[in-house]
Design a protein around this ligand. Sequence first.
Ligand code: 13P
Length: 255
Amino acid sequence: MKPLIAANWKMHKTAAEAEAFCRQLRQMEEEFNGVEVLICPPYTALTAVHNALEGSRIKLGAQNMFWAEHGAFTGEIAPSMLREWGVEYVILGHSERRHLFGEDDFLIRKKLEAALSHGLKPILCVGETEEEREKGATEKVLEQQLCAALEGLEQEKPGEIVIAYEPVWAIGTGKAAFPADAENAAVWIRQVAARHLPEEAIKALRIQYGGSVKVENIAEFIALPTVQGALVGGASLEAATFGRLVIAAREAVSR
Ligand code: 13P
């Protein structure tokens, strides 16, 4: 199973900046063999990235979407609109959506179902806050988030799902999780997911680690037996840095 290294640009880059990034990253693409690379720009740069990636194996993803097909939902984007832009993956339930924009488990579940039914591959984000971690509640929080998102999905023949373990306290802080803690969380995530998803979906399931991933530490996470990728924020904003990070991941996989 190829690891998935995803760039989550968050609210960074105009369409022109996104295009320039892709042009530069593509010069390194030959060295990305064995790793799946994904760019998740803001909505307004999706078309530019899609065009700039034509003929490339680098994939396109969105950072969010709404669950409804269409309707009076000012400011929202539907799954079919993402498909039209050539989007293959969609990040759902990112901690910034949960904590800054009040997204709850119910909404994230609706989005997950909508993504799957439209053939989009969801990257479902889960993770505990610092306070929850200090209380020793990490497993409980992960279990709650996963059960809310996945329970009852087995009848719906889910397609490919990615789950990103992103401890909230590690995001944008420069303080990544200890690899051993990330591995324990990934093992737990896989166990809980296996209660709700059919065997086929579990076999195809990839678990990413996210939170202060950098060129210097990517190898430690990619080498973990239960981690198959990374969701990268800050270190994905410069093409040269992100390219080096992908190459470091590839080297870690082939070791
Ligand atoms: P950083 O890599 O900037 O910590 O962000 C992680 C993240 O939130 C990716 O989705």
